[in-house]
Design a protein around this ligand. Sequence first.
Ligand SMILES: Nc1ncnc2c1ncn2[C@@H]1O[C@H](COP(=O)(O)OP(=O)(O)OP(=O)(O)O)[C@@H](O)[C@H]1O
Ligand SMILES: [Mg+2]
Length: 250
Amino acid sequence: MTATPSLLDVKDIRKAYGAIRAVDGVSFSVRPGEIVGVIGPNGSGKTTLFNSILGQIRPTSGSVEFSGEDITGMSPLELARRGIGRTFQTLQVFGGLSVRDNLIAAAQEFSGTMPGRLFAKPDAGLGQRADEMIELFRLKHVAHLPAGSLSYGQQKLIDIAMAFMAAPRLVLLDEPCAGVNPGLVDQLRELLVQLNRTQGGSFVVIEHNMGFIMRLCPHVICMVEGKVLAEGKPAAVQSNPAVLEAYLGN
Ligand SMILES: Nc1ncnc2c1ncn2[C@@H]1O[C@H](COP(=O)(O)OP(=O)(O)OP(=O)(O)O)[C@@H](O)[C@H]1O
Ligand SMILES: [Mg+2]
């Protein structure tokens, strides 16, 4: 029996800022359709790892492969065209645009060449996708309101829906639950499960909300001081003595 080929292969990524080893030799893989959780105390290198994978910063060393192609150091635009999306720890929503226009703008950013975008009909095909996302994320009643007028939790949902506009094969989410009330956290988890099942996308999710991670992710990585301290089934990682000590120590 042959093993399923990886969708994402992160190999020995390192990123130093002077004497700080923000990411210190991290390797992991994501298979098609898999949901991987990344936990770890504040400052353990989770966001820096994402930024190194996603072309926001250039890693000091190491490589990243997507579907067998070396994508190390590619720009976010090149990655988006290959089917890789992300959400940031902070909101990326345009407050003055309507919810629907935010979704359309997010997809337009990544569709085609600059002349193509300039001369294409502004809404070609994307309106339908935006309406699907609005339905799925239960944002219909606010779809035509300026995004900036909505609650933080609702804006967080818009931000996540934006990442799914281009039907990505892989999405990296940095703290999707931060600042979101418990009811919406549950809704968000159900949405991600649904997107995973119906669209086959793979996710890597950074979160401090343990309940969310434990219920969403069959596989969890715990980072401490730039390194992977433990990896495996969520319950095993959560009860690992070294993991518990790392959290208590912080
Ligand atoms: N641009 C930078 N310049 C210098 N140091 C940085 C820079 N970015 C991150 N660091 C340092 O790298 C380490 C890892 O930071 P990072 O933001 O990746 O942690 P994190 O695990 O995402 O934390 P949190 O859970 O608080 O979001 C920290 O010590 C941080 O101060
Ligand atoms: Mg972070």
